[in-house]
Design a protein around this ligand. Structure first.
Ligand SMILES: [Zn+2]
Length: 161
């Protein structure tokens, strides 16, 4: 058994990764269920979903997004102007890097607006707890599905915790 047997990584688009790392979004929407339980590296992918208007999910999340230097368009919420990620972001807004560690503790199929507003219908909701943002993002390329971090990455994550 190695240090990486009980940890997986999950690549998530910004600004969803931000919303998870900052503790607002406690479920991850996936089309597939998972039986994995344990430590989960929250990895921000390279892509940004510019159509996401954070304030439509959480006013507090939008305020925090702005505090970190993003532009949630809080004051223009009704205009649905796409959010922007700043070029040299703090950890929560980073791209292509591990930004937080969480625990994946459960998985259920969406029913009747459960986990609203972050949980989407017709998806599996992966339940996240104990989210700890890192002090700095740890660069890594993204991957599909649950991926297994190597020893070097885990060492870098530990150093950034
Ligand atoms: Zn749910």
């Amino acid at each position: 058994m190695t240090a990486t047997d009980n940890v997986r990584g999950l690549t998530i688009k910004q600004p969803w990764a931000f919303a998870i790392a900052e503790g607002f979004k406690t479920v991850e929407n996936r089309s597939r269920r998972t039986n994995y339980r344990g430590q989960l590296l929250i990895h921000a992918g390279r892509a940004v979903d510019h159509a996401i208007n954070i304030v439509s999910y959480s006013r507090d999340a939008a305020i925090r997004f702005d505090e970190l230097g993003g532009r949630s368009n809080y004051w223009d919420a009704r205009e649905h102007i796409p959010s922007q990620i700043v070029s040299s972001p703090p950890v929560g807004l980073a791209l292509s890097g591990v930004i937080a560690i969480a625990q994946l503790v459960g998985c259920h199929q969406a029913v009747d607006g459960c986990c609203s507003p972050w949980g989407f219908p017709d998806q599996w909701h992966w339940e996240l707890t104990d989210v700890q943002p890192l002090m700095r993002a740890v660069p890594r390329a993204g991957a599909l599905g649950l991926w297994k971090p190597d020893v070097e990455l885990m060492a870098a994550v530990s150093a950034a915790s």
